[in-house]
Design a protein around this ligand. Sequence first.
Ligand code: C5P
Length: 225
Amino acid sequence: AGAASLRGRRVVVTSGPTHEPIDPVRYIANRSSGRQGHAIAAAAAAAGAEVVLVSGPVALPDPRGVAVVRVETARDMLAAVEAALPADLFVAAAAVADWRPQAAADLKIKKRDGAPEPVLQLDRNPDILAAVAGRREGRPRLVVGFAAETDALLDHAAAKLARKNCDLLVANDVGAGSDVMGGAENAVHLLTRTDGAPRVEAWPRLDKAEVAHRLVARFAAMLDG
Ligand code: C5P
């Protein structure tokens, strides 16, 4: 295998937002477009990997050469990821909803004059990345997480790297004006584990396809090394 090859590797990628139903016509979601996760799945396939992309609802076409499993909720995403394992590499690029309405109503919730306004009670969703990285058996050799933060980017990212037991963390600033969520470009920091404080690399602002290409080259080198 040449440089940056993922030939013979199995890769699972999550991408996009999740939708958490409130009732049959309403849901809680976030601004993730899936562009970065889909670009990583495409780049991994182009590098020769066998790729399963577990995607929340997005407006993107399926990347070429990738097996796509479409899901809606965080719980569905976790089940689809577990069904797709084992893998050499797991990349958690999805913006998974942290909470879901406790019970989705069977019928559309109606406005009624004089009735109290509805209150949403939320339950915590499973953490897919932490579940995969924490596996005793069948943990992928390389587990990669993302951190989208609006403030204290590197502090939050370093904490996340350790707390979720990932090997590599891709941090991006999604604060107001960054235009990263849904946009075509991304400026990331790469955090890798060491015995002490994580090693941090700042990458320039790049097209998401180029970020994906460089990330895949890094993953290949780490799996080969
Ligand atoms: O905790 P936070 O959502 O900021 O962590 C972000 C990272 O964790 C991303 O890699 C995301 O895909 C993953 N994640 C997950 N399941 C969740 C929440 C986050 O896989 N429920």
